[in-house]
Write a protein that binds this ligand. Sequence first.
Ligand SMILES: [Zn+2]
Length: 185
Amino acid sequence: MSDQQRRIEDIRLVRLARVVPFSFPFWGVQWSDDREPIMVAEGWIADDGWHEAEPFQGNRREAAAQYVEDGDFRLVDGEATTWIHVRTWRRGAVLLDGGPHDGYDETQVDIETVVVPVHPVAPYCDPDTRKHEWGTPVRKGHNGGMIIDEHCQHCGAMKQTNTAAVDMLNGETRTSIQYFEAVED
Ligand SMILES: [Zn+2]
């Protein structure tokens, strides 16, 4: 990089620092592909439009997991594991030449989708403990992976684990869990 290029970049960064308010929770500086400075904010935003998400001060995966937890995504009884695809990013501020917004605009950096599984809750077994006692697993091959069936010694419910379940959103295979109530004779 030439001295002149570096000087131009310094000037752009100083200009940006002047227009971004002090309330902006500044974390660090990144540079765009065309060498524009971006002031990056602390924390991660995880959002897919289901509910409002506050910046999260952990890492990206924790932000996505928290987003799903706050969203209270519940499965219908008997449903298998589902996967929530959460878009995550950091907030950034860039110079806006000749526009409104006091000379800067918000942008998103480090965008990445994190897949968070939502597993079903086991049905009731013993009313006091809710703990099933799973017997010897039965395994069979399936879709290049394995399906594992376990039956509860108490109530006869079945827990089925599928290591090659297909995530319909992108066709990737993941591990899913599904519970089946005991079949009455
Ligand atoms: Zn049971």
